[in-house]
Each structure stands twice: as structure tokens, then as C-alpha cells.
Ligand binder design. Structure first.
Ligand code: GLN
Length: 485
């Protein structure tokens, strides 16, 4: 039962084949058995999960048929959870217990989903491999010598290894889509502003967006139905009606125009991934879509622009961790200055410090125009490239990552790691929705296909992803990990 999608579990719960308490217990047993090896969870909430499951069963019995009622999920440890440790993968917050729920968490609670625990992540969501976590790296269930991707690697590994039915994540430059690709699952980043960021620990506020990591596009639709919507507590959340994203999943793709960005099939893309994506595109042609080459001429500037904008915002957001208000404080400070300095030196890891330094530099009076303002101008050019492309096509498709999951410890140079997001980062700079779905295997490792939609085109995007999953079973493939029982 645990391998099923959330939509299937929802059916099983409503027909009484299984209770939420039984289901939750099966996931908890599996977490106990396998989490030590994968390190996907930082915190496991056994007692509250079972009590939420009991409540869900009572509600079902009383006639409540909310789709995700009683379905077990995990939250990335970047979302504040009332009374539960919320670490953001950092020593700085290793002992921080949030006094409230993030809006996303509250919405899942209201929908009756059962929270199994909090998942591991790169420190403050900075990374592409989950190796920057204070709590140690997460392992990829397809090959435990490999990374699960990042920064939502704990969520991706937990879904792939059936340690939960579905999970939340956040994506600032690719952190939902790239780990989804590496772990062979579905990962969806909605348009900027579609989901509230309130209570989601800020990394780069103009780019961060929460979304689902799950087993199918249909599950992503069900989760987005819960997550999306205006939130008065987040002034960047958008006042636009929330569609029923599950209602249009079965629309025909006859006549769909798919843009193929030439920049995403250029140097750097490995042959196996290219082959997988080209074959996947043929499935779309069979469904009645036409492929049209599109140009994203400024794509090559996206990583550089991002690594000015994101660190700049991070340096401001992370100034609040000073030892006074949250989490870690150094031992025996001699004075206030000493406390600030040592708290931040000891509390943050190397990658976080690197970003704070880069960001502070880019925002300093003498360099603001040369770096920050320039990066913002490039951001506009990147956005305009998409506006132009979307005049010709309905969605844009390419690989999520140039390669499959790499080995732990294989990338030591920060810039090589930054280039991981070469196909995903422009989408955040432009604020668009993007999804990664499994589209093949290469040497036993999953290949992710990236589909980008128009502004607030989440319904179309999920429809396009779902139709592929009706034709293929790549999203049903499982790693061997944990199959022995
Ligand atoms: N890999 C990118 C970074 O390290 C993106 C991370 C993310 O999306 N949170 O900044």
C-alpha cells in the first residue's frame, strides 16, 4: 500500500480498504527501518502523526471526503511547525522550536493530511546535493553512494523510498525540480506568489516558492489545490482565484505547441539524458502535440544573475540570526560583538557564509550598480525571453538536469555545484511555474523532464505532465532500496 500515489491512497481510505492509522503506522515502521541509512528525516513525529491519523479516520467515518484526509506527508524542515523543531538544516536553528505553523503547514493540517515528520535539506536551502546540511547528507535511494539532489533532497528521497506518500519542498533556483529528477519522482514549483511564503524560512524572498514533491502529476494537482491561494500574511501572495488543478488533468493535448529551447539541448547535456528526453518528446507527438524550437538567448546569464540576486537577498534575510532571538548562541560571550561574531561563525556552515559574504559585497555602496542592479537588468531580459517564447508555444520542455544523480563528494568546487541549476534557475528569475517528471532511466538512474508553463499556467502544466504519465510508467519505477521487505 505504501508505494501507492496519494490519489490512490485517498481512494483506499474512502473505501475503507485501510485506515489512516494503519497507513500511518506502516510509514512510521518503514521510516524506523530505513531512515538511518537514507537520513531523509531530521525529525519524526510519531505520536502526533498517529493522533492526527485517528482524527482523520473519525472525520472520514463522519462523512468528510477531503481528498488528502488521512494521507501521510512530510514537510521540508524549512516550514515552521508549531511545537516541532524547525532547523532549516542548520546548526543555527538546530534547537529552534517554532511557535506557529507556516501557512502551507496549516493548510495541510486543515485538509487533514498526517504529518510524519520534517525532512533533511541543504542548510538554509543553499545547495544542489543535500551535502550542506548540518545533519549530514541524504542518500539517494536509487544508489546510496549518490546524492538525492537539493536542496529538498530529504523530501525527494523520502517520497522515492516510500517513507511518506507525499512531501513539501521549496524551490529558489531548482530545489524541488532537481531533486525530483534525481530521485525519479514528480516535483512542482508553482508560479511565484501562488503559494504563501508565510512561515517558510526565507532564503531569497523574490525567488522562493513552495511546492509538492510526490509520485504523480495528479498528486501534485491535489497538493496544489491545498497549498495555493492568497494569504493576507504574505504580501507577495497573489489575489487570483485558485483553480481546481485536478479538474483539467484529462484535457486532450491535441494541438498543443511545445517549445524546445535550443539552449537546453546544447553543450553540457549528457547523451543519455538527451536521448531520454527526445524519446519522451515523441510520446507528446503521439498525443497530438507539435514541437517548435524556441530561443532563450539570455539563458546562459541566468546562473550568474541568480548568484548575485539570491545571495544579496540571503544576506539581508539571514541577518536576523544573531544569537539574540533565535536558535544557537555561542558559549560565554565576552560582550555583544563577540556574541554576534561567534554565534554566526559557529552557527552557519561554509556555504551559507560564502553567500552572506557575496551578497553583502554585491549590495555594498560601491558595487551595487555594478552587480546588483546589473543582475536585476539581466533578470528582466530573461523574463522577456520567456514572454517572447510563450507567444509561439504553450509550454516549454527540456531536461531538468544535464545528468543523472552524481556521487556524494564528487563536486567540491562551488561554481560546478552552482551550474547544477542551469536549466531550472531562469524559471525562478522569471517567476514561472515548472515541473520535473520522470522520463526514463539511464544506467539504473532516473532522468527528469522539465516542463515550464506560462505565468499562473499551473493547470495547463499539470495537465501536460499528467497526460505523459497516462502514456508511460516511468513515474511508477521504483528503486531497489527497501524492496526486500
Ligand atoms: N541550488 C540553488 C542554490 O543553491 C538553488 C537552491 C534552491 O532552489 N533552494 O541556491
Amino acid at each position: 500500500m505504501i508505494e501507492k500515489t496519494a490519489a490512490e491512497l485517498s481512494q483506499a481510505l474512502s473505501s475503507g480498504v485501510i485506515s489512516s492509522v494503519e497507513l500511518t503506522q506502516s510509514y512510521l515502521d518503514r521510516i524506523k527501518k530505513y531512515n538511518a541509512e537514507l537520513n531523509a528525516y531530521i525529525t519524526i513525529c510519531e505520536d502526533t502523526a498517529l493522533s492526527q491519523a485517528k482524527t482523520a479516520d473519525e472525520k472520514r467515518a463522519a462523512g468528510d471526503s477531503s481528498p488528502l484526509l488521512g494521507v501521510p506527508l512530510a514537510h521540508k524542515d524549512i516550514f515552521c511547525t508549531n511545537g516541532v523543531t524547525t532547523t532549516c538544516g542548520s546548526r543555527m536553528l538546530h534547537n529552534f522550536v517554532a511557535p506557529y505553523d507556516a501557512t502551507v503547514v496549516e493548510k495541510f493540517n486543515t485538509a487533514g493530511a498526517v504529518m510524519l515528520g520534517k525532512t533533511n535539506m541543504d542548510e538554509f536551502a543553499m545547495g544542489s546535493s543535500n551535502e550542506t546540511s548540518f545533519f549530514g547528507p541524504v542518500k539517494n535511494p536509487w544508489d546510496i553512494k549518490r546524492v538525492p539532489g537539493g536542496s529538498s533532497g530529504g523530501s525527494a528521497a523520502a517520497v522515492a523510498a516510500d517513507l511518506c506518500a507525499m512531501a513539501t519542498g521549496t524551490d529558489t533556483g531548482g530545489s524541488i525540480r532537481q531533486p525530483a529528477a534525481f530521485c525519479g519522482i514528480t516535483g512542482f514549483k508553482p508560479s511565484y506568489g501562488r503559494v504563501s511564503r508565510w512561515g517558510m524560512i526565507a532564503f531569497a524572498s523574490s525567488l522562493d516558492q513552495a511546492g509538492p514533491l510526490c509520485k504523480s502529476a495528479e498528486d501534485a494537482a491535489l497538493m496544489t489545490n491545498v497549498m495555493a491561494g492568497l494569504d493576507k500574511k504574505d504580501s507577495t501572495s497573489i489575489d487570483k482565484p485558485v483553480e481546481d488543478y485536478a479538474a483539467t488533468l484529462n484535457d486532450s493535448l491535441q494541438g498543443l505547441k511545445i517549445g524546445i529551447p535550443k539552449q537546453h539541448f546544447a553543450e553540457g547535456l549528457t547523451a543519455e539524458v538527451e536521448k531520454g528526453i527526445r524519446e519522451a518528446l515523441r510520446e507528446y507527438e503521439k498525443l497530438g502535440a507539435t514541437l517548435i524550437e524556441v530561443d532563450l538567448p539570455n539563458n546562459h546569464l541566468s546562473v550568474s544573475a541568480y548568484y548575485v540576486v539570491a545571495p544579496a537577498e540571503a544576506s539581508a534575510n539571514l541577518s536576523r540570526y544573531d544569537g539574540v532571538r533565535y536558535g544557537y548562541r555561542c558559549e560565554n560571550p565576552v560582550d555583544l560583538d563577540d556574541m554576534y561574531k561567534r554565534t554566526r561563525s559557529e552557527g552557519f556552515g561554509d556555504e551559507v557564509k560564502r553567500r552572506i559574504l557575496v551578497g553583502t559585497y554585491a549590495l555594498s555602496a560601491g558595487y551595487y550598480d555594478a552587480y546588483y542592479r546589473k543582475a536585476q537588468k539581466i533578470r528582466r531580459l530573461i523574463k522577456n525571453d520567456f514572454v517572447e517564447a510563450f507567444k509561439e508555444v504553450d509550454v516549454i520542455v527540456g531536461p531538468t538536469s544535464p545528468h543523472t544523480a552524481f556521487e556524494l563528494g564528487a563536486k567540491t568546487d562551488p561554481v560546478t555545484m552552482y551550474l547544477e541549476d542551469i536549466y531550472t534557475i531562469a524559471v525562478n528569475l522569471a517567476g514561472l511555474p515548472g515541473i520535473s517528471i520522470p522520463a526514463g532511466l539511464s544506467n539504473g538512474l532516473p532522468i527528469g523532464m522539465h516542463i515550464v508553463g506560462k505565468d499562473f499556467g499551473e493547470a495547463k502544466l499539470l495537465n501536460v505532465a499528467h497526460q505523459f504519465q497516462q502514456q508511460t510508467d516511468w513515474h511508477r519505477q521504483k528503486p531497489n532500496f527497501g524492496q526486500e521487505g
